[in-house]
Design a protein around this ligand. Structure first.
Ligand code: FA5
Length: 345
């Protein structure tokens, strides 16, 4: 039997060396090392040997088994490596080439602008308050002192969902939500969010855009407080050298109402008549926000007694200030999703 085992040892090793692919390995394994393989059948025949022969033959069988196992592992490794090399050559892949850089995304310019606005107002003690985007006629208009059929409704071209429900045309209805939630405490909040208007789309006007509303309610709040806050905002957002101009205006929910303008970077040229820019239409002034003292009717609708409480409110766009800050000439880029535009900021 020893002779037969030695023959098997030689045959097994030779066959293993002649294998050329990893696919052939399992067959070899089953034939020599498997449960029904040649070595196992020798082990099974041990019982037929005499007691003197058995230990020596058993020892040889175990040695051959270990030898086969080691040779098999080695061959498997070698064949796997050569397979990999072959594949790399066929695929023409150069693993030494530098990898492609991963591009990381970044915040949209609108979000960056919003976050800068939050930061500036947070430094002045304002909290961020969010109100619904889909509103009722009552909140979007009536509670803001704009009754049904009032001509002031023409100021907001509205997307109507049905007779009662609208996509909010401005963030001002958030004033009512905030007042009703905070009453009877004083309030100092900004209300950011998306607004919708059934408007002609132009380089300055979108049918969807962001606004940031501001609202303060307290005792003895005056128009000069509003002007102070907005001047501070304009300086922080656009630079200390900017001038602020106040014009009288009209909003049904503020009394008095004002429009806040800021000097354009081309103001000197515009003043001297030697130039200017398209953004400010060569006037040297840019509109920043509509604002005013909260109307007594609105205070009352929010639960506050106008004899005791006063407050100011303002509402500004977000995309338009970003246009000004970055000298962008068309608001439509904000929603066009063109990476060539977005990657610049
Ligand atoms: C209002 O919406 C008032 N609710 C603002 C207000 C709040 C006044 C509180 C008084 C007190 P107005 O319609 O002017 O006002 O819009 C305010 C700002 O929103 C504008 O200055 C502009 O920056 C932005 N905006 C308005 N319409 C559009 C539009 N179609 N596309 C982009 N931005 C717009």
């Amino acid at each position: 039997m020893l002779e037969q085992i030695n023959l098997l040892r030689e045959k097994g090793q030779n066959e293993l060396k002649s294998l050329t692919s990893t696919d052939q390995l399992p067959d070899w394994y089953h034939q020599y090392l498997g449960r029904k393989g040649d070595l196992t059948s020798f082990l099974k025949q041990l019982g037929t040997l005499s007691a003197e022969e058995r230990p020596a033959v058993g020892k040889i069988i175990n040695e051959v088994k270990q030898e086969f196992q080691q040779s098999f592992d080695l061959r498997q490794e070698t064949l796997r490596e050569s397979k990999l090399h072959e594949e790399l050559e066929i695929d023409d892949l150069d693993v030494t080439l530098p990898g492609r850089p991963c591009t990381t995304g970044h915040l949209h310019l609108t979000t960056q602008t919003l976050r800068r606005i939050y930061q500036i107002f947070q430094e002045m003690g304002f909290q961020v308050y969010e109100a619904p985007e889909v509103e009722t006629d009552e909140y979007n208009f009536q509670l803001l002192n704009i009754p049904e059929y009032h001509p002031a409704r023409d100021m907001w071209d509205t997307f109507w969902v049905d007779d009662e429900v609208v996509l909010r045309t401005h963030t001002s209805p958030g004033q009512i939500w905030a007042m009703r939630e905070y009453y009877p405490d004083p309030i100092r909040v900004i209300l950011p969010g998306k607004c919708y208007r059934y408007e002609q789309i132009t380089p300055r006007s979108e049918h969807q855009f962001y606004q940031v509303e501001g609202l303060t309610i307290g005792k003895n709040i005056r128009l000069t407080d509003l002007i102070g806050v907005m001047t501070e905002f304009a300086h922080k957002m656009y630079g200390e050298d900017r001038k602020v101009r106040i014009r009288g205006s009209y909003f049904p929910f503020t009394e008095p109402s004002i429009e806040i303008d800021m000097s354009c970077s081309c103001k000197d040229k515009a003043d001297s008549g030697s130039g200017g820019c398209r953004l400010c239409k060569y006037t040297g002034w840019l509109e920043v926000a509509g604002a005013g003292m909260v109307h007594p009717v609105v205070l009352r609708n929010g639960g506050y007694d106008p004899e005791e409480w006063s407050g100011f409110a303002f509402g500004m766009g977000v995309e338009r200030p970003a246009l000004l800050k970055h000298n962008i000439d068309d608001i439509r880029y904000f929603y066009g999703n063109d990476l060539r535009f977005l990657q610049q900021f």
